[in-house]
Design a protein around this ligand. Structure first.
Ligand code: SAM
Length: 284
């Protein structure tokens, strides 16, 4: 017989009215659940990001592909996955819709090990190995993952050896940033530092010129961007912070001829990186 919801006596005796059971006797003893170690993995979403991850040395656990996608231009992904012995799981599109972190998986999600972050010294070493002057980009508390992704993509195109971001109040390498980079993030060394002003001082001691991108600087096409160089890009809201600006050797500006005071951070970064690449690669 069902216990009534308002059976006061039963409640007072500690009975579970929903199941007609005695709470005091039937409940299992509380035990501390063993803590699950966090899985050191991330999701890479979309065709280009997955393809770039396969082309890089990123360790990929598996790739999930929406059923029916094999025929629609994923041949290279399938071939590379086979070559690298990576499991491809054909799944219902709904499963991808459910687990997507970008909202735009394009029918393909890879599960890969998390990013490793790099020290500025490793970026400098990379340049040395290539026989080039180091070219580093510094982002002063950028917050938009789409801007971050676009900057990584332009940086890769222009021969940047590494990007330094701040540990606090900054965007990170989220699946959205990686997607926005079209997978360029898989090839770029990214470093995180606590004290950007200190990092700039360290770079200066290593012979770097630090150029801060700012609307009130010298026109970029009149600026020498050769040699060991770090270009600082400011945040979307407040631009380059005071202390960071004080540690710049010069400021570089893209003249503004319209009504707006500034460009989007990633657009400004793209223009300046291209000019730096033009000067550094000796093109006219
Ligand atoms: C959206 S802007 C920041 C605007 C901010 N309100 C300010 O006053 O600095 C983001 C960053 O993009 C870069 N930027 C934007 N427009 C630029 C320009 N015309 N010349 C050089 N850098 C620019 C700067 O690094 C700037 O800090």
């Amino acid at each position: 017989m069902k216990a009534k919801r308002n059976d006061k006596n039963a409640k007072e005796q500690g009975k579970d009215l929903r199941r007609g059971k005695d709470k005091s006797t039937d409940l299992p003893e509380k035990t501390d659940k063993p803590e699950r170690p966090p899985r050191d993995v991330r999701q890479i979403e979309g065709k280009n990001p997955v393809l770039e991850a396969l082309r890089s040395d990123v360790t990929i656990e598996k790739i999930m592909v929406a059923k029916g996608r094999r025929e629609t231009g994923n041949t290279e992904i399938f071939d590379l996955a086979k070559e690298r012995n990576i499991k491809i799981q054909m799944v219902d599109r709904k499963k991808l819709d459910y687990s997507t972190k970008t909202g735009n998986h394009q029918g393909i999600i890879a599960v890969a090990t998390n990013f490793s972050y790099y020290e500025p010294e490793q970026m400098i070493q990379k340049a040395k190995d290539l026989g080039e002057d180091p070219f580093i980009v510094v982002l002063d508390q950028l917050t938009d993952p789409h801007n971050f992704g676009a900057i990584i993509r332009s940086a890769d195109a222009c021969g940047v050896h590494g990007i330094i971001i701040t540990k606090n109040r900054s965007v990170d390498l989220t699946p959205i940033a990686v997607k926005a980079s079209a997978g360029a993030a898989e090839h770029m060394m990214i470093g995180k530092v606590t004290n950007l002003a200190q990092t700039l001082q360290d770079l200066k001691e290593k012979g770097f010129w630090i150029g801060g991108a700012d609307m009130s600087g010298e026109a970029y096409y009149n600026t020498n961007l050769k040699g060991p160089l770090a270009i600082v890009i400011g945040s979307e809201g407040k631009g380059i912070g005071r202390l960071v600006k004080e540690n710049c050797d010069f400021t570089i500006s893209i003249p503004m001829y319209g009504n707006m005071e500034s460009l989007n951070a990633s657009v400004a970064a793209g223009v300046l990186f291209c000019e730096a690449a033009r000067q550094r690669k000796g093109e006219r």
